[in-house]
Design a binder for this molecule. Sequence first.
Ligand SMILES: Nc1ncnc2c1ncn2[C@@H]1O[C@H](COP(=O)(O)OP(=O)(O)OP(=O)(O)O)[C@@H](O)[C@H]1O
Ligand SMILES: [Mg+2]
Length: 440
Amino acid sequence: MTDNTAISRETLESMLKAINMGVLLIDREYRVLFSNHFMSLNSGRPADALAGHTLFDAFPELPEIWVRQKINSVFTLKNFAFTSWQQRPHLFNFASTRPISGSVKHMYQNCTFFPVQDAEGECLGVGLAVSDATDTAARQLELTRLNELLEAEKSAQASLIQRLEEAQAQLLQSEKMAAIGQLAAGVAHEINNPIGFVSSNLNSLRSYLKDLFSLIDAYEGVCDGEYLRVNPDIEVLRKKIDYGFLRQDISELLVESADGLDRVNRIVKDLREFSHVDSCEWQLADLHKGLDSTLNVIWNEIKFKAQVIKYYGDIEPIECMGSQINQVFMNLIINASHAVGANGEIIITTGLEGEGVSIDIADNGHGVPLEIQNRIFEPFFTTKPVGMGSGLGLSLSYSIVVKHHGRLTVDSLPGKGTCFRVWLPLRQPPPPPASEGDSS
Ligand SMILES: Nc1ncnc2c1ncn2[C@@H]1O[C@H](COP(=O)(O)OP(=O)(O)OP(=O)(O)O)[C@@H](O)[C@H]1O
Ligand SMILES: [Mg+2]
């Protein structure tokens, strides 16, 4: 064991001077009693120039009130006090000692305030031990920066993945809709031929029957009841087949069949209109026709649930992709029919609004609860039971409307009803000119 008393004051002082950390001794008036090489080297002021000055004259950068409180508390309580680089990064205004990077300009420091006592425990002064924490701080700060970068990248990736998933889902849904459209168009096309010959045959049949009946009438006129004598079986047969009724019913059947054919024709026309087989690109389309054909296509789904009331305004054809806009109408009208209860009403109102047209699809259904109103356009958001809704209808409709430079908004009063408003511009803005980079 070393005997401390054997170490001279000079030895201790020289050790304090040489140690690789700042050491100061301060008296009750905050005057510097002692400072070591570290402090002179970093402050650029020799020990003589520091001694006798108050701490705050020697180091004007110090937060005076805070340092005074620290020193006072050490004098009073004779306890240690600390501050680390995280709390006060640059207590003393020293330049960075870090040789390599220029990124850290100032020295980060940890500082300990400690009581310097005599043998009786009397506090003679307060010592300050200042250590250079630049290395640790620089590494820590770099780690924090990298961590933040990583976090930002991670959240960017997560939102990218989510957008990809949404895009994929919407693609699937639009492919599904396109497939339904194509199927409808194909069926319409296939039905068109048979309708053609059935209706032409029906016309021929009508005229043949007319001829046949006129022939029978002619026979009857010539025979004038004579045939009863010649062959009474004819009268039996006439009664058996109920000739009078048959003759009348045949023409009714023909009228009904022609009616039925007309309806099939209309359905085919609606299917073609709905899927816009003739033109699936930008075109001038009559939205009222689109609404009507959509209503006809989904009539089965809504006819027992709601009464549809139309207030069509005076609107002109707009530039749009007709089949896609019909999909929007279909999604909104089906949603409305799902929302209504007994005495359901779906009111469709159209009109000119600014440089475009607005189409309101309102219902008197259960409404959209406030807390989910800003979520209903999210892909996969649905409140319908599993298997009933995929939650893609509104998100797909939204993206179609946005693609048309329009707006899709909702206004809903829970318990009272909901109104979706589609606004579409009359004409599409011209595509932006290709930038120079694009032409390469
Ligand atoms: N008219 C409406 N009234 C009340 N709630 C509605 C109405 N329209 C949409 N919603 C709410 O918005 C949700 C999302 O609608 P969206 O059309 O996107 O999906 P979905 O109808 O559930 O399923 P699908 O993909 O089959 O259309 C619905 O589940 C419903 O909660
Ligand atoms: Mg829906």
